[in-house]
Design a protein around this ligand. Sequence first.
Ligand SMILES: Nc1ncnc2c1ncn2[C@@H]1O[C@H](COP(=O)(O)OP(=O)(O)OP(=O)(O)O)[C@@H](O)[C@H]1O
Length: 247
Amino acid sequence: MITLHNLSLPTSPALIQGGLQSLSLQLQRGEALWVVGPAESGKTALLDALALRRPVAGSATILNEPLSPHFPARTRQRLRQRIGYIDANPLFMDRLSLADNIALPLELAHFRHAEIQRETEAILQWFGLQDHAQALPTTLSHTTRLRAACARALITHPSLILVDEPALTLCPELQEHLLSTIKDLVQNGATALFAMRTRPPEVSFPEATLTLPYNPPAPTEDEKEETPPSLFAPLTPMAPTYEGRFS
Ligand SMILES: Nc1ncnc2c1ncn2[C@@H]1O[C@H](COP(=O)(O)OP(=O)(O)OP(=O)(O)O)[C@@H](O)[C@H]1O
């Protein structure tokens, strides 16, 4: 699903001499992971790389698609449609209503009009945004915009879900709602990564944690021949598609 092998990621030179870390990681469908570390440890850089927003040095396979310098634009676009990224500073089309912004991923994926309308209404309600549906994004609070970013990222039921810190820290209710929503998607086969300085102690999902900057464990004699190293054992295979609806 996701395999990173010696992926070169920036980090603060105060954390690692030279300001570069080399990360290897394997994540399967139905797995989720906290990515934790101090400021400038490379959490956002990792999410950006997985969201295909920054070029990668090293070897990476994302959603079973090996990335290469000759990656065709059409493949990149198709992959991006399967990735839901709730980034730290979500941008919106300021001239479109909140509902139209949230519906955009379905529009771009050429869903039928009736389906777009149904799914948009359902997810607006799911994230408590129905009263803001016709508002312009610039007139809304930061928390409401983050809620909208969550709705927009999840409306397609993406295969890979990436969440950067603000959506997890700004509002406790949003954190709880977001984690339980994504937990359902992960149980149905999605993969998710959550970036925070430290994992919230009272939250049990997900269990696995990756700490940045990355210091790979020294390989044993048996492991020396194996590439890439696997940090996480695959979980039980999940149902192939997510049929649920946000309602
Ligand atoms: N486009 C870029 N090119 C080169 N270096 C970058 C780029 N973006 C970020 N960096 C550097 O990469 C390092 C990691 O930054 P990143 O934003 O990933 O950290 P972070 O762990 O998300 O930090 P924070 O918790 O403060 O958000 C920083 O030293 C930053 O200066």
